[in-house]
Design a protein around this ligand. Sequence first.
Ligand code: SAM
Length: 345
Amino acid sequence: MAAASLSGFASQTPEPRLTDSLGRVIHDLRVSITDRCNYKCVYCRTGEMGAQYPELGIDEYLRLIKLFVGLGITKVRLTGGEPLLRRGLVELVSELAGLRTLGGEPLDLALTTNGHLLDGLAGPLKAAGLHRVTVSMDAVDAAIFERITRIPGSFATVLRGVRTARTAGLMPLKINCVLLRGFNDDQIEDFARFAREECVVVRFIEFMPLEEGRLWSPEIVVTLKEIVERIGRVLPLVELPARDASETARRYTFEDGIGEIGIIAPVSQAFCGACSRVRLTSDGKIRTCLFSQVEHDLYGRLRAGACDQELREYILRTVEGKEARHHIGEPGFLKPSRSMVHIGG
Ligand code: SAM
């Protein structure tokens, strides 16, 4: 009798879950599957193309992602570099769609892309089980867009991709726009109209010191406060309630309830206290913060023959040491050794 109740107790022992030393529960994994990109956005890249870091095999990303899911990850976002460049992407999405969270639910599966190849890939990705895409667009004026991406014809190509993704049902479709004073801040009001006309959620993101060159300064950042004031002058905004504590965007609709915009303000209103994210780089390193000064070589351990249990313990230990917060704008702030495109935005 006693033995039976003891074994019953053992089978109910909860699985270990990713939690850091500050008690933050980590349930959101971003995986870069290449650091190559077909755009050279002026605020992100120096203009060099090509990979700086090695890529893993698709089966290796899958093995590592499964370990994270077994530790409580419920949301996986594929990113890069440009993830649509990666051969095997559709097959990876299809495998991920078959995974279940610890609670037995399908993963929340999303992808961030520049949209250049989306027209051809939105349908296959949706069919493989992808739920949502976020498309990066930094202007709605074609000439400004192409000046930023440094790729002729890019605006029309991306707009076509956005529309195809919407038709394919990759919804809600989010458009991420990084604003830089003097580059594209004249696009703010037009983006608000674009959100309404194209039925997309436009999210403005404050520029962070993660570029390949040296462009960042506090003055170049267009803050949440300024964006809300400027849109409010032409289209009055109504703030929407947060859906959960780890939501990064402050969300707004318009007076008639049509359309949504969001503002992600990591610089002027940091949300590190509610961070639920961890990242895996294209070469298999864990980064516990965008601004980490150290990386943790998960793939190196896999290659050295570590078994799944050893890798799980390594992930748990690493995530426990997640940084409390970033130090953007403070004296002594150090830029991380990798820029956004090589970390996975
Ligand atoms: N190629 C994909 C794309 O364009 O969405 C994924 C990678 S890209 C590096 C991810 C996002 O990071 C893009 O929306 C880009 O605008 C953003 N980004 C790049 N550098 C940034 C910076 N310094 N601060 C804030 N966002 C940045």
